[in-house]
Design a binder for this molecule. Structure first.
Ligand code: CA
Ligand code: CA
Ligand code: CA
Length: 212
């Protein structure tokens, strides 16, 4: 093989690696956890967690989170948004949305209060930026929920957790919270089977057992 060809191949490979890296780095905010079944205190007490896996804070002004007929705006009260408390999500930070009021998770302050129910039969969530471009989805690949439990399965009212926050929504990138690594209390003081405002149990499990 002549040196010129070899250089061409090396340059092509380097630009491919750079292209792949820039895709990974441009991953900003994701839908990280969904408690579509609510809590033991109330099946209406649903909550949703976002996560920013990037190295920079992200301003969610103009962004929306939508499912079914509901459109939650991060910077404007109205429609499905009842109260906004901040619009910025820190680098490697979490953003907690509680339905109806701040009592959904009693001991952790919400960043936004919304109205709108997630049907237990399944839904797809879309996170759109200020230009209306799709930043992330959750549960886009089948009708029923990929993970999470309602009252009939153990652990009860467990959330649906993103496994790897750097990877896209897919059938394999969600798991049910294990009911062991969890935090927060519901409106009646029961443990939440989920990890509102903190790293997902599913992500920690995968870090501890890579390739599992
Ligand atoms: Ca529900
Ligand atoms: Ca709360
Ligand atoms: Ca979490």
């Amino acid at each position: 093989m002549c040196t010129k060809n070899l250089i061409a191949i090396v340059v092509t490979m380097a630009s491919l690696i750079l292209a792949t890296t820039s895709v990974a780095l441009s991953q900003t905010v994701i839908i990280n956890e969904i408690a579509w079944a609510g809590t033991e205190a109330s099946s209406s007490d649903e909550w949703i967690e976002l996560y920013n896996p990037s190295e920079e804070p992200v301003d969610l002004s103009g962004w929306t989170l939508t499912f079914g007929k509901w459109v939650i705006r991060f910077d404007t009260v109205g429609e499905a948004t009842l109260e906004t408390r901040r619009t910025t999500i820190a680098a490697h930070g979490f953003f907690l949305l509680e339905r109806t009021d701040d009592e959904t998770i009693l001991d952790i302050p919400a960043d936004l209060i919304y109205k709108g129910s997630l049907p237990n039969s399944g839904a797809t969530l879309y996170l759109l930026n200020q230009d209306g471009e799709e930043v992330d989805t959750a549960n886009a690949f089948q009708e029923e929920w990929i993970a999470g439990n309602a009252s009939q399965d153990e652990p009860i009212y467990a959330s649906m957790e993103r496994v790897d926050p750097t990877k896209a929504d897919s059938l394999s990138n969600w798991q049910t919270n294990d009911g062991i690594t969890h935090c927060g209390c519901d409106a009646a003081g029961n443990w939440i089977n989920g990890t509102p405002g903190t790293k997902n149990a599913a992500a920690l499990d995968t870090e501890a057992n890579p390739g599992s």
